[in-house]
Design a protein around this ligand. Structure first.
Ligand code: SOE
Length: 383
């Protein structure tokens, strides 16, 4: 009989749906000691919280997140609200002894992130940040190949995250649907929202980033605020490009924008090593491209690995269908919950923890500082 783990979800937007879906599916595919129980969902509008609870099978709903934290029946607090609320909720949850899953980025800034890390470490509670792309099987495989030393010395790490949904000046800022454009709610634009994913994956695969040099642009300078109706200055970065140095001596090149017409969520990375290179593309997420210079000359070329095999060769895939049949975006969240529940059962730390996400937050802050001041910034000097 599985042990129950009572979940209190705070925030019922897009991420609330991805997490709820994962809780519902995880035990169907993974053999785990814990079974999540969808106890309560909490959000801004009572009617919407009620409808969400009915649709996803939560036992209750509410509008006051403090009640979720104070409820002794809740074991795991899942934070899926805008970034400006992460710190307050996570610190209260830690003090109440709850395990915490928090959406990315960790916080608005490094100062807040540090307080969150201190709180979870002081309370000794399990904590995980939802950088879900780490758990795409092809991305995990890339990490394994790098770690095994198959690429040799790494020279370059290149990543992009391109979207095009804010090109129109009529898109508002603020409010439930467009809080990502409001600097007060989001902290930053593409740097915290999109590049944070790329940075998390890059540092996981290729080690710490030590120095950055960035430039940002805000193409639409003012937008109507969805809540006040007033036209207000835009405080977020619409686009960000940065170069960096990794501790292992390799160079990095990162770009993100919401103004790349034609691209909805094109996250790509490429790693070039002395012997081999790998490349990955979110739009073809089950494939990993591999080039090995050591291959016989006649046959040398990029190969496309369909990351769907069983027998432990391809991460996570044993848990799903049969070899050759692929999975997608939603499954990254199932993997995240499966790993977290397994860690809870074994008493083991699952990554990225708040402390790991703080390192990503430092890179984001260094990037924004570099863009403002037009100079190289040492990542560990920020905050
Ligand atoms: C923004 O559009 C967004 O939803 C991000 O907030 C997510 O983290 C990213 O995975 C997809 O794009």
């Amino acid at each position: 009989m599985a042990k129950t783990l009572n979940v209190g979800l705070i925030g019922y937007g897009f991420m609330g749906r991805t997490h709820s879906n994962a809780y519902r599916k995880v035990n169907n595919f993974f053999d785990l000691e814990y079974r999540p129980v969808l106890k309560t969902v909490c959000g801004l509008v009572e009617e919407e919280a009620k409808a969400f609870a009915e649709k996803w099978g939560y036992e209750s709903y509410g509008t006051n997140w403090r009640q979720v934290i104070e409820d002794p029946n809740i074991d795991l607090v899942d934070i899926c609200v805008p970034n400006n609320l992460h710190a307050e909720i996570a610190i209260a949850a830690a003090e109440a002894g709850k395990a915490i899953l928090c959406e990315k980025p960790l916080a608005l800034n490094v100062a807040q992130g540090k307080q969150m890390v201190e709180a979870v470490e002081k309370a000794g509670v399990a904590n995980l940040v939802s950088f879900n792309y780490r758990r795409v099987p092809a991305v995990t495989l890339a990490k394994i190949l790098i770690e095994e030393g198959r690429l040799g010395k790494i020279f370059h790490y290149r990543a992009n995250f391109l979207q095009d949904w804010t090109i129109s000046a009529d898109v508002p800022q603020g409010g439930m649907a467009t809080w990502r454009l409001d600097v007060k709610a989001a902290g930053s634009g593409v740097t915290g929202d999109l590049l944070a994913h790329c940075i998390d994956t890059a540092m996981w695969q290729n080690g710490p980033i030590t120095q950055v040099n960035a430039t940002t642009e805000t193409f639409v300078k003012q937008r109507k605020h969805a809540e006040t109706g007033k036209v207000e200055p835009v405080g977020i970065d619409d686009a960000c490009i940065f170069m960096c140095r990794f501790e292992n001596g390799s160079l990095g090149n990162f770009e993100s924008t919401r103004y790349a017409r034609g691209h909805k969520a094109l996250y790509t990375f490429e790693v070039n090593g002395e012997h081999a290179s790998i490349a990955w593309d979110l739009h073809d997420l089950h494939r990993l491209s591999w080039f090995d210079h050591r291959d016989e000359g006649k046959l040398r070329g990029w190969r496309s690995i369909h990351v769907t095999d069983h027998g432990g060769e391809h991460p996570y895939m044993d848990k799903w269908w049969v070899p050759g049949l692929q999975i997608g975006y939603e499954h990254t969240f199932v993997h995240q919950i499966a790993d977290f529940l397994e860690g809870l059962a074994e008493g083991e730390t699952v990554h990225p923890t708040f402390a790991d996400a703080l390192e990503t937050q430092k890179v984001c802050e260094a990037v924004l500082l570099s863009a403002r001041e037009g100079r190289w910034v040492d990542v560990q000097s920020v905050g």
